[in-house]
Design a protein around this ligand. Structure first.
Ligand code: SF4
Ligand code: SF4
Length: 325
């Protein structure tokens, strides 16, 4: 279950569908109605689309989002008030907003309505400065439009995730489970699909739910030395040798000593403290569950911890490590 603002997503897949022909399969965590250009249509059209969904009782269980853009502010404010009152995500497309200063001003105005807000933006528009500025706002999600980037998407996700600002939704060309998993393991919280085959979207949503129920952290990062984002510090050993952890700690703004102290302090009193027989005597320094290791697995079994419980604890550890670092 992912919580962003007032949204509750039971899986990390979002389906984007034109409001002219909404095709929901009910299985995705988020169903985004796309294409409301408020220069051309009024907010009453948005409202009537929501009423139609209510009438059809769709999408069953999924959170709902509305993708909007406009060259003027007032229709966007009206849409934000509507989205907020219906507990929908407002997905603001950067096209037509154009200017980063207007975007930042709009975010603070729209957020005053209480709406859960995302900004859909292409990576070429998301400069380093803008990324840093977005971190200082109340924006809930950066919706990165990564379509057509031929494999560069995961790296862009990692860069945005390592800024540790708003949650990340990645819109990408996803053709199989591994495409979505790669984006999630680089720091995306949600993967959105546009124009995907409804059966595939339904299968992927179910597969992600299943994966999460087995592994306990469906967007678990890769190890830092395998190119993972900063959350991967949860799987790092003590920084005793010259390896990628040193660069990661620098990016996280932590000294190696602080890292050791913080990890030990966060693990104190939790089952991660255990781990006799592992390389460093404690699970707090152990690798991701998907990395085969008979020492860790034997210690987990002695400690009565399942792989899923272990990963859930590592997830909390990652959150604690990166909080205010
Ligand atoms: S500390 Fe261990 S897991 Fe982390 S980057 Fe270095 S070798 Fe990889
Ligand atoms: S015991 Fe296994 S899981 Fe733990 S640090 Fe050593 S190799 Fe990694």
């Amino acid at each position: 279950m992912l919580e962003v603002g007032y949204l509750r997503l039971d899986n990390p897949i979002a389906v984007i569908s034109s409001y002219h022909n909404p095709a929901s399969n009910g299985a995705a965590g988020l169903f985004l109605l796309d294409g409301f250009d408020l220069d051309d249509v009024s907010v009453s059209v948005v409202e009537s689309c929501l009423r139609d969904l209510d009438r059809m009782n769709e999408p069953d269980g999924a959170a709902i989002g509305l993708s909007v853009t406009c060259s003027t502010d007032e229709p966007l404010m009206e849409a934000a008030r509507l989205a907020s009152s219906r507990l929908c995500l407002l997905d603001l497309k950067f096209t037509k907003i154009g200017d980063p200063l207007r975007l930042l001003d709009l975010i603070s105005q729209l957020k005053r309505t209480g709406v859960t807000l995302s900004v859909r933006i292409r990576p070429e528009d998301l400069t380093d400065d803008l990324l840093r500025c977005l971190k200082e706002t109340d924006l809930d999600l950066i919706h990165l439009d990564l379509r057509g980037l031929n494999g560069a998407g995961p790296k862009i996700v990692k860069k945005a995730a390592d800024e540790r600002g708003p949650a990340i939704m990645a819109l990408a060309d996803v053709g199989e489970f591994d495409d979505a998993k790669k984006l999630l393991s680089m720091g995306a919280d949600v993967v959105s699909l546009r124009g995907a085959d409804p059966e595939f979207a339904e299968w992927l949503s179910g597969a992600m739910k299943e994966y999460d129920s087995i592994i306990g952290w469906c967007n678990a990062p890769k190890h830092i030395c395998a190119g993972g984002d900063l959350r991967g510090l949860a799987f790092c050993c003590p920084p005793v040798k010259h390896c990628a952890v040193l660069g990661a700690l620098k990016r996280a703004g932590m000294t190696p000593e602080e890292f050791v102290e913080r990890k030990l302090c966060l693990a104190k009193g939790t089952p991660l403290e255990k781990g006799d027989g592992t390389c460093f005597g404690s699970f707090v320094w152990c690798c991701k569950i998907t990395k085969p290791c008979y020492l860790r697995d034997a210690a987990l079994s002695r400690a009565g911890l399942s792989g899923k419980e272990y990963m859930t604890l590592k997830k909390k550890l990652a959150e604690g490590l990166l909080k205010n670092s």
